[in-house]
Design a protein around this ligand. Structure first.
Ligand code: AHG
Ligand code: MN
Ligand code: MN
Length: 305
């Protein structure tokens, strides 16, 4: 079995990009430790999104910020937990990294699976770029095992953190079925005001699909990638008129990971997530992601076609 290091060395990625990926994965090891040993309580602070920050949201953010700040390769980074872009080496850096240091933090107090999500772009900064410009993306899931999906060069692969702290390749070239049998239907709060979303639920039920919903973007999408089948939906509604999930450090990386596994990822109007321009660090979008023909069906239902 290949280690992540060896898998990267054998890839066509520039060694500088390999090193950035390995730095991010180094941060994930500290994050995995913090999650299992530190308090899951509230920090008393709120982030730029007005969301209550847990102590671990801030701790995991600090881990990623510190490790990325050490690298001469980083031009700048952006975090869910930081209001503004943080410039490290600016134009002298090679890559900019956007990350959600702790995704699904509302699951910490119930000991649910949580994760970190990252996207890597070339150059300095994010505004004006798109998900299609990502040169690598990935997430880490902190569960009974620590696993990661890392995507580059048009493919998506799974790695597992083994006992000596090494990430080992555990699944190469993930490939998603085109028709979903598993569904992760998010934001059911939208049902009362969006009867067309009720039709989406009926569509899944009529197809006798299996519900797998954790309430965390990383565990919900990880189920789809590990089973190589499924669909994740998180549409907009009055509370989140543009959707809840953030384009830069949640939806754009997840879209690349899924598309490089042969799936699809659009917003509820059917626009490819990878084509949406980043105009604001914390901009939100609706997202329908997973088995490609099921994504098309859900968008058609939502668009009342
Ligand atoms: P985060 O913990 O980084 O703020 O992300 C939470 C997101 C995402 O993980 C999940 O899909 C979604 O919030 C669920 O939101 P609701 O529980 O409000 O539906
Ligand atoms: Mn998140
Ligand atoms: Mn988060």
């Amino acid at each position: 079995m290949s280690s992540l290091n060896k898998f990267l060395y054998k890839s066509t990625l520039p060694s500088s990009l390999q090193r950035v990926i390995l730095e991010i994965m180094r941060a994930s090891k500290y994050t995995a430790h913090a999650i299992t040993t530190e308090e899951t309580g509230k920090s008393g602070e709120t982030n730029v999104q007005g969301e209550e920050q847990l102590a671990l949201d801030m701790r995991c953010d600090e881990i990623f910020c510190n490790i990325l700040s050490e690298s001469e390769l980083i031009a700048s980074f952006a975090s869910e937990e930081q209001e503004n872009e943080v410039e490290i080496n600016g134009e002298n850096g090679k890559y900019s990294v956007a990350f959600d240091p702790l995704d699904g933090s509302s699951l910490l107090d119930v000991n649910g699976c949580v994760g970190s999500i990252f996207g890597i772009w070339e150059g300095n900064g994010f505004i004006g770029k798109k998900g299609k410009d990502l040169v690598a993306s990935g997430y880490i899931q902190y569960g009974p095992r620590t696993t990661a999906m890392i995507s580059f060069d048009g493919k998506t692969h799974e790695f597992t953190l083994c006992e000596v702290g090494e990430y080992q390749l555990t699944k190469q070239n993930i490939s998603i079925d085109s028709i979903a049998k598993i569904f992760a239907i998010g934001n059911l709060r939208a049902l009362p005001e969006r009867p067309e979303y009720k039709k989406v639920l009926d569509y899944f039920l009529e197809n006798k699909n299996t519900l797998r919903y954790a309430g965390g973007m990383v565990p919900d999408i990880n189920t789809i990638l590990c089973k190589e089948n499924g669909i994740f939906t998180y549409p907009s509604h009055s509370e989140y008129p543009n959707g809840k999930l953030r384009l830069l450090y949640e939806c754009a990386p997840m879209a690349q990971i899924m598309m490089n596994a042969g799936g699809n990822a659009t917003d509820e109007e059917g626009e490819n997530i990878e084509d949406i321009e980043i105009v604001q660090l914390h901009q939100r979008t609706s997202i329908i992601l997973g088995s490609s023909s099921s994504v098309d069906d859900v968008v058609d239902i939502l668009q009342k076609k």
